[in-house]
Design a protein around this ligand. Structure first.
Ligand code: FAD
Ligand code: FES
Length: 259
């Protein structure tokens, strides 16, 4: 546990905020896809920490992008520069950094856009960023990805920006436009989107990794509150793994594809 002093905490867009913590210990070790477990404030209602993906690291500061969805995130949005949060991290297994010849295809839904961003700094080759959301109001960080040199493609359910439909429907276009590249997919977003992505990549024989975010309690592998089904060589064909400790990033080949 370390103290993270809030340097800034501002509205990014709509219900989304961006908070910067001064935390040299965590910033020095953070990898793409890992998360921090944040004690938002003191008090009975906040004993349980809230997990947030590490969006970016700049020197001694670590940035998180979050959506206000409930009590904890509401209180976080009200915290001011100079306030201090207790942080645990960096936690979990992050995305593997691709080799020099790999063309990364980042596929995100909603706040998943925050989790894949560090890959743009850690991956040697620039690739594509596919972002899906319900509507334009949930399209995040596309300018950051463009500035990082990524080919950004958007999809919204209501067609308010980009392709009208699901983010997975953008994948055929990427396969068509980059036929000679060695593609590797990195996914982060809501569970139904990730499962649709996993099935599609599996059908097409494509490889990748998925960040499977699940409701968490301890965040360090002790309570089994966050278990997810992964393939196993047993009679059931699956076993439980802890998203916080064995993940949140899992190899696509290990993800159990339910009907
Ligand atoms: C590894 C990991 C990384 C995450 N990264 C981010 C991030 O970068 N940005 C971000 O905005 N959110 C992220 N989340 C989700 C975030 O942890 C929750 O939104 C937050 O804990 C909600 O706290 P709350 O007290 O405001 O809401 P609560 O009052 O606890 O819940 C309000 C609503 O949010 C839903 N919710 C709560 N926890 C989660 C969760 N873990 N995943 C999905 N929905 C949840 C609840 O089902 C409920 O509908 C991440 C979750 C995990 C497990
Ligand atoms: S949250 Fe406790 S084991 Fe994962």
């Amino acid at each position: 546990m370390v103290n993270g002093e809030i340097i800034s905490n501002d509205r990014l867009k709509g219900d989304y905020f961006v908070v910067k913590f001064y935390t040299p210990e965590i910033a020095a070790k953070a990898m793409a896809g890992q998360f921090v477990h944040v004690q938002i404030t003191r008090g009975r209602d906040y004993i349980l920490r809230r997990p947030f993906s590490i969006h970016r690291v700049d020197g001694d500061t670590l940035t998180v992008v979050y959506k206000v969805v409930g009590k904890g995130t509401e209180v976080l949005a009200a915290r001011r520069p100079g306030d201090v949060c207790d942080l645990l991290g960096p936690l979990g297994r992050g995305f593997s950094v691709p080799d020099d010849d790999v063309f990364p295809v980042l596929v995100a839904g909603g706040y998943g856009a925050a989790a894949t961003y560090l890959l743009t700094r850690q991956a040697p080759k620039k690739g594509c960023f596919l972002l899906g959301a319900r509507s334009e109001t949930d399209i995040l960080l596309e300018d950051s990805y463009k500035a990082a040199g990524y080919d950004v493609r958007l999809a919204t359910n209501d067609g308010s920006v980009g392709h009208k439909g699901f983010v997975t429907e953008l994948i055929d276009g990427v396969l068509k436009d980059y036929p000679d590249e060695k593609l590797f997919f990195y996914g982060c977003g809501p569970h139904p989107m990730l499962m649709a992505l996993a099935k599609l990549l599996d059908q097409k024989g494509l490889d990748g990794q998925l960040s499977i975010d699940h409701l968490m309690c301890c965040g360090v592998g002790a309570c089994f509150a966050c278990v997810v089904k992964m393939k196993a060589d047993n009679a059931d064909g699956w076993e439980y793994k802890r998203a916080c400790h064995d993940g949140p990033v899992f190899d696509l080949k290990d993800v159990y594809l339910e009907d």
